[in-house]
Design a protein around this ligand. Structure first.
Ligand SMILES: [Zn+2]
Length: 138
């Protein structure tokens, strides 16, 4: 790794997300495998020749759930039985899937949310205390 390059850690991933508003994962220089989770070793061929890769931020909603029994950190933000939030799995256009917050959907009426819809990355309102990738319908 060149000097000044960021380590392939979750900390780097979240710094890209919050400070640069980028969804950065890693790409294996040996076999080309992409991962949205930064890791120092390729999970496919075990090479350690990794490099950062910026994902386009486009994808499709593969599955989701609306959560009304919320952890304390989300209750503190006003979520709960009367105000559920949505989380899901987005399949990126590059192939990998990742877990993400789903914004811009009616979490009180999950029957209105359709899997397969086009999604775009939305990092306008990332919580610096518990950063997470967020997507909304395109
Ligand atoms: Zn590889």
């Amino acid at each position: 790794m060149a000097e000044g390059e960021r380590a392939f850690t979750a900390d780097s991933f979240y710094r890209y997300l919050t400070e640069e508003k980028k969804l950065m994962g890693v790409r294996c220089r040996s076999c080309g495998t992409l991962s949205p989770e930064p890791r120092p070793m390729c999970h496919s061929c075990h090479s350690t020749e990794m490099e950062w890769h910026e994902f386009s931020g486009k994808g499709r909603l593969s599955t989701f759930t609306c959560i009304s029994i919320v952890p304390l950190s989300m209750a503190a933000k006003g979520y709960g039985r009367d105000n559920p939030y949505c989380t899901g799995i987005v399949t990126l256009e590059e192939g990998p899937r990742l877990s993400a917050r789903i914004l811009g959907v009616d979490s009180r009426n999950p029957q209105t949310i359709k899997t397969g819809i086009d999604m775009v990355l939305d990092l306008d309102d990332v919580d610096p205390d518990s950063p997470a990738p967020s997507f909304r319908p395109a």
